[in-house]
Ligand binder design. Structure first.
Ligand SMILES: *Cc1c(COP(=O)(O)O)cnc(C)c1O
Length: 378
């Protein structure tokens, strides 16, 4: 089965893991610190905080910004549920905002404007599929209303612009992301004080960590704030350091594969459209396509599966999940809903070759054409 995404792991990751195991120190220590420095450097940031997931990163950012009960946070619904869940964790209210269009399935600034109230404190931008939101427009929007910008950058690691939009950015190193530590995440924040608050909240709000106390005269520590256990460990950081060395090259391979997909889909099945048709900076995390309205998506999924090609859907809208329908009944986002009904994600990862892209595009064309014929026959 050709998978939608697959991690690339090999001898260097195994060697890095062995070294950590032989060292006898498994919890947050030198590897984590080295990973933080390397990850920050790649993004042109002074520093960053490694955590155990992007969800934890988002929670820590909202918590450190003091967002809580009574506050509203603008979020897209065309995202993974974690984006909105993090807002609920701090007791604030996620306010779902529609996408711009089927071609630009990023949060609409016009819709965001319409959903702003006196209680709106922040906006979480998701760089959907790796394509960056418009920084200048969002900064203007946020400045005019005194809002914090938080980036959910789970899809966009490795881009210099990420982490420069506003207060902070959250990254994911889950197994299906552009680089992985199995589970893992990171926070980049521009304000060093905010980053230090996040660093402390990551480890129970303690003033020092276990590793720091090892190298210190005093075994004492204090707890000066409510914190969490969102630490990364040495094994994950060691894998992350190896993965990070490949990230730029992997993103470049993704870019080339996406260009090829676009060309082949336009040629062989123009009824299928590929979002973001205008060039835009991207980390090319996934390859979303939009099926024509006459196509039965399940039939297309089945046909591709018969040919050994996995597909997925990004995303079932968060506002339509049972939990969120119960919490916020009556939310209606027409463009998000239409996009979600027609979207299909085809395989994209750096181990895919050009002939594989050709076979996926051909299989997609066959599946969609047979839908068209079935439609004509009916
Ligand atoms: C994967 C993902 C997350 C969650 O990441 P974890 O590391 O699994 O917590 C959050 N937001 C988006 C957009 C994602 O794709």
């Amino acid at each position: 089965m050709l998978l939608v995404s697959a991690p690339i792991l090999g001898v260097p990751e195994k060697a890095a893991l062995s070294k950590v195991i032989d060292s006898g120190w498994l919890t947050m220590g030198e590897q984590v610190r080295a990973f933080e420095e390397a990850f920050a450097h790649m993004h042109g940031a002074e520093d960053c905080v490694a955590v155990n997931s992007c969800t934890a990163a988002l929670h820590l950012i909202l918590h450190a910004l003091g967002i809580g009960p009574g506050d509203e946070v603008l979020v897209p619904s065309m995202t993974f549920v974690a984006t909105a869940n993090a807002v609920l964790y701090v007791g604030a209210t996620p306010v779902f905002v529609d996408i711009e269009s089927a071609d630009v399935p990023l949060m609409s600034i016009v819709e965001a404007e319409a959903r702003c109230t006196a209680r709106t404190k922040a906006v979480i931008l998701v760089h959907f599929a790796g394509y960056l939101a418009n920084r200048e427009e969002w900064q203007k929007f946020a400045r005019a209303r005194g809002l914090q910008i938080i980036e959910d950058a789970a899809h966009a690691p490795g881009l210099k612009e990420v982490g420069t939009f506003g207060a902070a950015a959250a990254f994911s190193f889950y197994g299906n992301k552009n680089m992985t530590t199995a589970e893992g995440g990171a926070v980049i924040a521009r304000d060093p004080k905010l980053l230090e608050t996040i660093r402390q909240a990551r480890g129970h709000g303690m003033t020092t960590g276990t590793h720091q106390r090892l190298n210190s005269r005093t075994p004492q520590y204090d707890v000066t704030m409510l914190g969490f256990n969102y630490r990364m460990d040495e094994m994950r950081a060691a894998i992350g350091l190896v993965q990070l060395q490949n990230l730029q090259e992997w993103n470049e391979i993704r870019r080339i594969l996406v260009m090829l997909y676009r060309r082949l889909i336009a040629k062989h099945c123009p009824a299928v459209t590929v979002p973001f048709h205008e060039p835009r900076t991207s980390a090319y995390h996934i390859m979303p396509v939009l099926l024509p309205r006459y196509a039965d998506r399940q039939d297309v999924i089945d046909e591709l599966r018969r040919q050994g090609i996995q597909t997925t859907i990004h995303y079932p809208p968060v506002h339509q999940m049972t939990l969120y329908r119960e919490l916020f009944p009556g939310t209606y986002l027409p463009r998000t809903e239409d996009f979600a009904q027609r979207e299909l994600t085809v395989p994209l990862h750096p181990q895919i070759t050009a002939p594989v892209v050709e076979s996926v595009a051909a299989a997609l064309a066959t599946a969609v054409h047979s839908c068209a014929q079935a439609g004509t026959a009916a």
